[in-house]
Structures are given as structure tokens and as C-alpha cells.
Design a protein around this ligand. Structure first.
Ligand code: MAN
Length: 541
């Protein structure tokens, strides 16, 4: 129970606050904490030491002290403060200029002791409401704190689990590394055998190619011989197996100077200036010099390639198809085959790919049939492929384990609060929607802005650091290096955290262009030491 008693003694007004047990007398407008400066038995010394006056001059509505301390209960000093006792509610100080200004400033009405304002003391009611509010807050913080404790326990457990997992994974990594080394040895061994077998294959192929070329050359020579013999027979008019220059003179095509007569000289020229030639000599040296002139009146001058192809590949079932394939190919056949780099294929270490050889049909069309792998070689190639596959599998496994260890280590070393109370927020995302955007906040990861009318998400930043003040470090987060702002900085977000019973993104704003501000409520910030309101802070005895 609170009572306000005012004693008027000549120019002094004393205020006493009486609760059930306490009564404190002091001049009007003086805060309890300053009562000791006001002793009615002594002269009053200004609190700043600027003057000393008889005690009767305190609150005499005349300013004697520079700091205004002699007039706490009147508006005489412009810099003085009037203390509202406000028994039952919160004491407060108001500028003393507001004393007796006909406006009720103190809830107990004590600032209008000499005015026409009819102030009613509403402190008890306000105090009751404030206490109710305090109780609600207290309840909130108690519930919040219970959740905070759960979060903290979960966070600590997570950290322990992560540490255990890292330990386990490290043993797994050792074992996987061992398997990897084994598989590598198996692979190397298989590849050695494969290479040896493929070297044999390559040698066989080279030999076959060489043989084919030799055969082709022989065929050409044969053809030329045949042509020479046919020419000889045609020119040997009397068929006596001796080709004389006179016989050559019978053929107008040998009239080199086009004077209408094949002269002796002109005819002998084709016989190397001899009188005659026998077949053998003609085939070996005569035909060479005569051929261009002899064939000049034949059509076509050179044999058409198609004829040659069809002659060569008489056993080819679909000549037209082969021709079409050749027409479509800009490169000469020989070159297209050469462009296939077998060495590269043989040395190819890519585990997934067996050595690449030209498709069988292609080989058949362009060249004599390639030697196909014999069963033993094929088995070695297959074994090497399988060894490469298993080795790659082992490499991938150990890499995956290492990646997992790195991820867990990062979580173990991360700052999730003094009591790990923020750890549970990692891996969750929270949305806030305004008219145009959905803002997404994923603690310890990223923040983004999603345009409701479509388009891709805009990164507002990636997790940076805690930036709260020293005494409340975990009240603010920074997310930085988001998408570049047009003609400006990269986007960033400051997140203000507050204690709340649920994790919720409460608001988003953009105080400066591309600098965003989120408000986020979470039980993670409901630690009692920080938040519990003091139930007695308003009471002045
Ligand atoms: C987009 C949004 C806004 C931002 C402007 C800057 O419209 O990301 O938040 O202010 O770009 O150009």
C-alpha cells in the first residue's frame, strides 16, 4: 500500500512516500537517490558545488544553483529535473519546466501540485497493468527458456554426434584408402597385360596394312602390264610379236608435230630411238613413254574411280552404299582412317572407356578387315575395364568420405552460440512474404529474395558472421556477398534476432538499396540471463 503525504512548511513542500513499512521525507521533486543532499538542518550546498544557500531557499521558486539542484520541485531552473515518485508504478524524472504547466506528466499528478489541472493519480492502475504485462513477459521467457534449454541440449548432442561420426569416418577412410591402393595395383596390373595384348594387336594390324598395300601395288602393276600387252598387240599390226617403228607410223596419234605424217623420228621416239621392241622390253620401258599418247584418244583418259572400286571390291555386297558413304566424306578414305589415333586410344587411361577402335563396318568399307580381338585379348581388355571401374569406385568412395568429414568438421568448428543453442537452426529455412517478394532465410547458409511474379531467385547473401555487440553478440547476424546490385554493392542482410516461442521470420525491409534487414524470432535467444525481466525494477521504496 502506498500513500503520498505533502507537508507545507513555510516555503517548503516535503514529500513522504509511505508504504506499509517505509516513510521517507524529502523536498518535493527529489529522487530517493538524491535525498542525502537535502538536509533541512544544514545550509543547502548545490550538488555541483556551485553555491551554498540557506535550506529555506530550496524550492523557493528562485534558481540559486547553476545545476538547478536547489529547485527540484518548481519550474524556476530551466535545467532542473522533477522526480515523479509515482508510487505503485514506475518513478520517473521530467524536466522541471513541466511542473505546474497544467499538463499531468506524472501518473501520481505530483507535477501539478499548484495548477488548475485536475490530475488523478492513476499510478496504481498503471502499475497493475505493467505488472500484468511483466508477468506475461516472464511467462513467455520462462517458456522460451525451456525451449532454449532443449535447443541447447540438442545442439550439444549434435556436436557430440558429429565428433563421433568424424571418428568413425576417419577409420572408414583408412580402410577405403587401403582398398583404393589395392584396386589401383589390380588396375595397373590389368592395364599392363591389356597394353601388351593390344601392342600385339597393333603390330598385327600394321602388318596387315602393309601386306594390303603391297597387294594393291602388285595389282596396279598387273593392270599396267595388261594394258601394255593390249597396246602392244594393237600396235603389232602383223602380230609377229615384234613392234617396229614402221608399225607405229601407221597410227596418226603418234604424229607429235601434227603435220599429218608420223615421221620415222616421231615413231622411234616411242621405242627409245630403236628400230623395234619385243613385248618384254615394251612392257618394262616402252609403255611408260607411250602410254599418255596411246591413251589420249581413249575415253576416259584415266580409269574412273568407280570402275576401280567395283573391281577392287567385287565381293562387297552393297556397292551403292559404299559409294554414298565415300561421296559424303570430304576427306580421302586413307586420311579418315589415319585420323583415328590408335596410340591415343591405347594409352587412354580413362577408367570408364575401353580403348576406342573404329567401328567394324567402317573398317570393312575402307580397309581390309581389321583383326578383331581374339578371345584372350578381349578378356584382358574386359578385365582392365572392370579393374578401372572398381578403382574409380574406390576413389569416389574415399573422396565422398573425406567430403563428409570436412562437412562435419566445419559444423563442429562453427559458432552456434555459447551453449550450441543455435545449431538446430542450421538446415532449416524460413519465409516472409511482402507484396512483391518472398524473402527466404536459411540460418548459417544463405538469404534470398524470390520475385512473386517469377524470375530466378536473387541471392541476398551467404552466411558471414555474428555481429551483435560484445555483451549480446548472438543478437545479430550478417549474410554477405549476395548478387551484385545494379551499379552498386553486392547485396547483404543484417538479421536482428529476438527471443520468441517459435522460429519465425517476422519482417524484411531494405533500409538502404540492396542492404536488407530481417527480424527473426527464435527460442535460441531466450536465455534467462539475457531476457528475464526484473519484477522489482519499478518499485521505489
Ligand atoms: C531488385 C530487388 C530490390 C533492389 C533492386 C536494386 O529490384 O532486388 O530489392 O533494391 O533490385 O536494383
Amino acid at each position: 500500500m502506498y500513500l503520498v503525504v505533502c507537508f507545507i512548511v513555510v516555503t517548503f513542500c516535503y514529500t513522504s512516500t509511505i508504504s506499509a513499512t517505509v516513510e521517507v521525507l524529502r523536498p518535493r521533486g527529489v529522487a530517493l537517490s538524491k535525498k542525502l543532499f537535502y538536509n533541512p538542518d544544514q545550509d543547502f550546498r548545490c550538488i555541483d558545488g556551485s553555491n551554498s544557500i540557506p535550506f529555506q531557499f530550496v524550492n523557493d521558486d528562485y534558481c540559486d544553483c547553476e545545476d538547478g539542484s536547489d529547485e527540484p520541485g518548481t519550474p524556476a531552473c530551466s535545467n532542473a529535473l522533477f522526480h515523479c515518485i509515482n508510487s505503485g508504478h514506475i518513478s520517473s524524472d521530467i524536466p522541471s519546466s513541466r511542473v505546474n504547466d497544467n499538463i499531468c506528466d506524472c501518473c501520481d499528478g505530483s507535477d501539478e501540485f499548484n495548477s488548475t489541472a485536475d490530475c488523478i493519480n492513476i499510478c496504481i492502475e498503471l502499475g497493475r497493468q505493467a505488472k500484468e504485462e511483466q508477468l506475461k513477459q516472464r511467462e513467455l521467457f520462462e517458456q522460451g527458456f525451456a525451449l532454449w534449454q532443449q535447443y541447447s541440449a540438442q545442439g550439444k548432442q549434435l556436436k557430440e554426434n558429429n565428433k563421433l561420426q568424424v571418428e568413425n569416418l576417419k577409420s572408414v577412410e583408412v580402410e577405403e584408402e587401403r582398398i583404393k591402393v589395392d584396386k589401383e595395383a589390380v588396375k595397373n596390373n590389368a592395364e599392363e597385360k591389356e597394353k601388351a595384348a593390344l601392342d600385339v594387336y597393333k603390330t598385327a594390324k600394321d602388318e596387315q596394312m602393309k601386306k594390303h598395300e603391297e597387294e594393291e601395288m602388285l595389282k596396279d602393276q598387273e593392270k599396267e602390264k595388261k594394258k601394255a600387252e593390249e597396246a602392244f598387240n594393237e600396235l603389232d599390226i602383223n602380230q609377229d610379236k615384234v613392234l617396229t617403228y614402221q608399225e607405229i607410223q601407221e597410227f596418226q596419234k603418234f604424229d607429235s608435230d601434227k603435220d599429218g605424217i608420223v615421221s620415222e623420228q616421231e615413231a622411234k621416239f616411242f621405242l627409245h630411238m630403236k628400230e623395234f621392241m619385243l613385248l618384254e622390253e615394251f612392257v618394262s620401258i616402252g609403255w611408260m613413254i607411250m602410254k599418255p599418247v596411246f591413251e589420249s584418244d581413249k575415253e576416259p583418259i584415266t580409269e574412273p574411280p568407280l570402275k576401280e572400286e567395283s573391281e577392287k571390291e567385287t565381293d562387297e555386297p552393297d556397292i551403292n552404299e559404299a559409294e554414298t558413304a565415300e561421296e559424303n566424306d570430304d576427306e580421302p578414305e586413307e586420311e579418315s582412317f589415319e585420323s583415328y589415333d590408335e596410340d591415343e586410344a591405347l594409352l587412354n587411361d580413362d577408367a570408364d572407356k575401353p580403348p576406342v577402335f573404329p567401328p567394324k563396318e567402317e573398317v570393312e568399307e575402307s580397309k581390309p578387315q581389321e583383326p578383331v580381338y581374339d578371345e584372350e585379348t578381349q578378356q584382358l581388355v574386359d578385365a582392365a575395364n572392370e579393374a578401372r571401374r572398381l578403382h574409380k569406385e574406390a576413389v569416389d568412395k574415399v573422396e565422398k568420405t573425406r567430403e563428409e568429414i570436412r562437412r562435419l568438421q566445419a559444423d563442429i568448428e562453427a559458432d552456434f552460440g555459447k551453449n550450441e543453442e543455435f545449431a538446430v537452426l542450421k538446415g532449416q529455412c524460413f519465409d516472409f512474404e511482402d507484396r512483391y517478394y518472398t524473402y527466404r532465410f536459411c540460418p548459417f547458409d544463405k538469404a534470398s529474395q524470390i520475385d512473386k511474379s517469377g524470375g530466378s531467385d536473387v541471392s541476398l547473401g551467404k552466411w558471414g558472421s555474428w555481429i551483435g555487440p560484445e555483451e549480446n553478440k548472438y543478437s545479430k547476424m550478417k549474410y554477405e556477398n549476395g548478387q551484385m546490385c545494379w551499379n552498386g554493392p553486392t547485396r547483404s542482410v543484417t538479421v536482428l534476432l529476438q527471443c520468441g516461442l517459435e522460429n519465425k521470420l517476422l519482417s524484411s525491409s531494405e533500409p538502404n538499396r540492396c542492404e536488407y534487414l530481417f527480424e527473426f524470432s527464435t527460442p535460441s535467444l531466450c536465455s534467462l540471463q539475457l531476457n528475464m525481466p526484473n519484477m522489482h525494477q519499478h518499485e521505489e521504496l
